[in-house]
Design a binder for this molecule. Structure first.
Ligand SMILES: NC(=O)c1ccc[n+]([C@@H]2O[C@H](COP(=O)([O-])OP(=O)(O)OC[C@H]3O[C@@H](n4cnc5c(N)ncnc54)[C@H](O)[C@@H]3O)[C@@H](O)[C@H]2O)c1
Length: 345
């Protein structure tokens, strides 16, 4: 990637978007961030991330919804991005069972509008987008039994609407690459965690329950495996991929998919024990959590396990942060952030 490249990130006040923007800004790259600041989870976290980004002179923020095509087009005309990274989405597997509308609006209509904005960016002397990256998810592997999950495997048995929208994004991006020559890369993320993370994710909600001394529920009786990936590793992967738009495939289409995950699944139970240890060390909790063991929930998958050999081959990169190190950073941040919150009250 060139220092002069201008980058547009959707979902910039989100967890991964914030870390990506921060990394690029620290390298002197100009970033425009879009976010609608919705209240799917505690908006104070989004505001905190945003205020950290706004302290950089190279950062411009646009509060907008990606499903609003007209506004999106205007932002593209103004910011003239070389590279677009679409991270805005309605995330979460379980929420998609009760709130399907949010997924259709942000993940389907919103993603379509991002594709349209890329397609029309160069109209009337405008600026061409040279690479579109977009977030997909390990959830597209759905009920697949074969592990590790490879992008060469079929992934057309989603077990949630969230997964179905992410798989649809991959198909839409492929079609836009083929029809309009937009080079695009889809990144299938595997359970990303870290400081300033998402409260709807297990490691965060477990922590909140542990602090309140409430019982935590381990589904499938704790017998589930996740390929937890530290957020800074994900960002390194995204930045590497940003610098190299895909070459045309055998059909002349510049579209590629990669898994980004640790490639080392942890059992839910050992994950919780590591989290407890880190939180106790930071003084966030004083004793291990009370646990209840429950059956599998609809939409959940038994195991996620990334085959990242393509990423390693094409970019010489593989996530590497051990869970213990990443969770220690999360526990440290949590104690600090919520300690400060308590003082403010
Ligand atoms: N965190 C993970 O473990 C994980 C795993 C797989 C895939 N992903 C995907 O990665 C991307 C980023 O995830 P995250 O963990 O940072 O989630 P996040 O919810 O923290 O970030 C998404 C951001 O997008 C914004 N947003 C949502 N809908 C929008 C819309 N219509 N218009 C404008 N902004 C909108 C939200 O306000 C939020 O700040 C998402 O696409 C998610 O589906 C994340």
């Amino acid at each position: 990637m060139k220092k002069t490249d201008r980058v547009l990130i959707t979902g910039a006040a989100g967890f991964i978007g914030y870390y990506l923007a921060k990394r690029l800004l620290s390298q002197g790259i100009y970033v425009t961030g879009i976010d609608n600041m919705n209240d799917y989870y505690d908006v104070r976290l989004k505001e905190e991330r945003l205020s950290l980004l706004l302290s950089h002179t190279g950062f411009t923020f646009e509060k907008a919804d990606i499903s609003d095509g007209k506004t999106l087009g205007q932002i593209f005309q103004k910011s003239r991005p070389d590279i677009v990274v679409n991270l805005a989405a309605q995330a979460g597997v379980r929420y998609s069972i009760t709130h399907p509308d949010a997924y259709i609006s942000s993940n389907m209509v919103g993603f379509y509008q991002v594709l349209e904005a890329c397609r029309h960016a160069s109209d009337e002397g405008g600026h061409r987008v040279s690479h579109l990256l977009y977030a997909s998810s390990s959830s597209v592997y759905g009920a697949n039994k074969k592990v590790p999950y490879s992008t060469a495997d079929q992934a057309d048995h989603p077990v949630s609407l969230y997964a179905a929208t992410k798989k649809s994004n991959e198909l839409l991006a492929y079609a836009y690459s083929k029809l309009y020559g937009i080079p695009a890369t889809g990144l299938r993320f595997f359970t990303v965690y870290g400081p300033l993370g998402r409260p709807d994710m297990a490691y965060f909600s477990f922590t909140q329950k542990m602090v309140k001394q409430e019982t935590i529920s381990l589904f499938n009786y704790g017998d589930m495996y996740r390929d937890f990936t530290y957020v800074e590793d994900i960002v390194t992967g995204i930045v590497n991929v940003m610098g190299k738009a895909p070459a045309p495939d055998a059909d002349g289409v510049c579209h590629k998919l990669y898994n980004i995950g640790n490639s080392s699944p942890e059992s839910l139970l050992s994950f919780v024990e590591t989290l407890e240890k880190c939180l106790m060390k930071e003084g966030v909790i004083q004793e291990p959590a009370k646990k209840e063991f429950l059956p599998m929930q609809p939409g959940d998958v038994y195991q996620t396990y990334a085959d990242v050999s393509d990423l390693e081959r094409d970019f010489g990169f593989k996530p590497k942060t051990p869970l213990e190190e990443g969770l220690a950073k999360f526990a440290h941040w949590y104690g600090d952030f919520y300690g400060r919150e308590k003082e403010r009250r």
